[in-house]
Write a protein that binds this ligand. Structure first.
Ligand code: SAH
Length: 229
């Protein structure tokens, strides 16, 4: 059991057999929906998703749906988390950049798979929360950054994999630049409410291969930062 204090509130983080059972059920559902990568399924089975949600959602945290978090953002649907992670074919040797830390759940899934993860968030409130919270639940290896993901993270580039977890209208040039040759970028792109999941592979310093992987719905990828909202 982990006890955390924040904003004068104490919250107990307990992962019991009921939560573990609900996670196993969720994993079975994801398998039925077509997720095959065992390492992704093992990570979903291991990371307590209810820790990342408000206590009001603790009982329903393992339903296959998105939920609201602070700053009017969302924790992605578990299927979306699994699908994007599977597309990246994460290896333990990978250095990964995530744009859109949000709750930190997706970053912890990738960390649990053994890759090195840097995650950027533009909402200062969410950045402050995850940078204090993730180390306390055992994910000190997740490197959280506050900034505009449009710029990537040049200080830590190049990356083997880049995952964007917000819906983009356009693909920031910086992300392609910060990808290694042979690296992969997964990004949902669209101008309306829905975005198409695109998987880019950098086949040479100047060439990208693109695959399309269906329609999804994300909160928008916005330019600039939002301090202390
Ligand atoms: N990966 C998250 C999903 C969060 S929703 C999770 O597992 O919970 C998408 C997040 O992207 C939001 O928190 C939003 O604030 C953030 N975001 C949007 N535009 C951004 C940008 N330009 N740079 C960094 N983060 C951004």
């Amino acid at each position: 059991m982990i006890r955390l204090h924040s904003d004068n509130k104490t919250r107990f983080y307990i992962d019991n057999y009921r939560h573990k059972g609900l996670r196993q059920k969720l994993v079975k559902e994801l398998e039925k929906q077509g997720i095959k990568d065992r390492r992704v399924l093992l990570a979903i089975n291991a990371v307590p998703r209810h820790f990342f949600l408000d206590t009001a959602f603790a009982e329903i945290a393992y339903q296959n749906r998105a939920f609201p978090i602070e700053a009017d953002q969302t924790i992605s649907h578990p299927y979306t988390v699994a699908f994007q992670t599977e597309l990246l074919n994460i290896q333990t040797s990978d250095k990964v950049l995530e744009i859109g830390t949000g709750s930190g759940y997706q970053a912890c899934i990738i960390a649990h798979m053994g890759a090195k993860i840097y995650s950027i968030e533009r909402q200062e409130k969410l950045f402050n929360k995850t940078s204090a919270f993730l180390p306390k639940i055992g994910f000190q290896q997740v490197r959280t950054l506050f900034g505009d993901g449009y710029l990537g993270a040049p200080k830590f580039a190049p990356f083997d994999k880049i995952i964007v977890t917000a819906g983009a209208r356009e693909i920031p040039e910086a992300l392609f630049k910060q990808l290694k040759v042979g690296g992969k970028l997964v990004i949902p792109v669209g101008i309306m409410d829905e975005q198409e999941m695109l998987l880019y592979t950098k086949v040479s310093p100047t060439e990208l291969k693109c695959e399309r992987h269906g329609m999804f719905t994300f909160v928008p990828f916005l330019k600039g930062i939002n301090k202390n909202n």
